[in-house]
Ligand binder design. Sequence first.
Ligand SMILES: CC(C)(COP(=O)(O)OP(=O)(O)OC[C@H]1O[C@@H](n2cnc3c(N)ncnc32)[C@H](O)[C@@H]1OP(=O)(O)O)[C@@H](O)C(=O)NCCC(=O)NCCS
Length: 165
Amino acid sequence: MPARFVTAGSTPPLPPRLVDLGVAHVPLLSALHGACFEAGWRPQTFLDLMQAGGVFGFLALDWRERPLGFALCRITVGEGEILTLGVLREARQRGVGKLLLSGVCARLAVLGGHVLFLEVAESNKPATSLYASFGFQQVGKRKDYYAHLDGSREAALVMRRDLLG
Ligand SMILES: CC(C)(COP(=O)(O)OP(=O)(O)OC[C@H]1O[C@@H](n2cnc3c(N)ncnc32)[C@H](O)[C@@H]1OP(=O)(O)O)[C@@H](O)C(=O)NCCC(=O)NCCS
């Protein structure tokens, strides 16, 4: 289902759209990441990633150009990896996550990618459901991969989706 946003009044609702991420988005990206995750990444982390080869991503914007979410991906010899993906709390469950994933898959295909991998915390039901609904399958599990702020650790599920065929 396409991402949908209902607006008040008589203005016709326009669907969210994706724009390519560039280094100018780094401060915004870091702020969005901090709003979506327990431990946000510093701007320098995003800058380093985005200046490395094969890294691309998207920002999802609403009809008023307000940011809703982001996805960052890396492609290495035909294999894509989602580095991070998040949607602001108030914009969730309206198809923005799926829109971002669609954008990542379409761009990867253009770049010659044939498979997409990601890691997700085992207990992250919204994300594992999103990825399963998008055709990802679990292909591995990394014990104690994530460290939570309270000191506990959690496994990462490794998921994969083929892009060809
Ligand atoms: C995971 C996340 C990106 C989903 O974004 P979203 O915009 O809400 O996702 P969508 O609206 O596109 O949902 C697509 C599918 O995901 C699943 N899903 C999304 N939120 C869900 C929830 N809270 N519970 C169960 N399933 C959920 C559903 O299958 C849904 O399909 P449906 O609407 O047809 O039922 C968002 O919850 C988020 O940013 N979480 C915090 C950051 C994070 O965990 N990122 C992923 C790290 S790997």
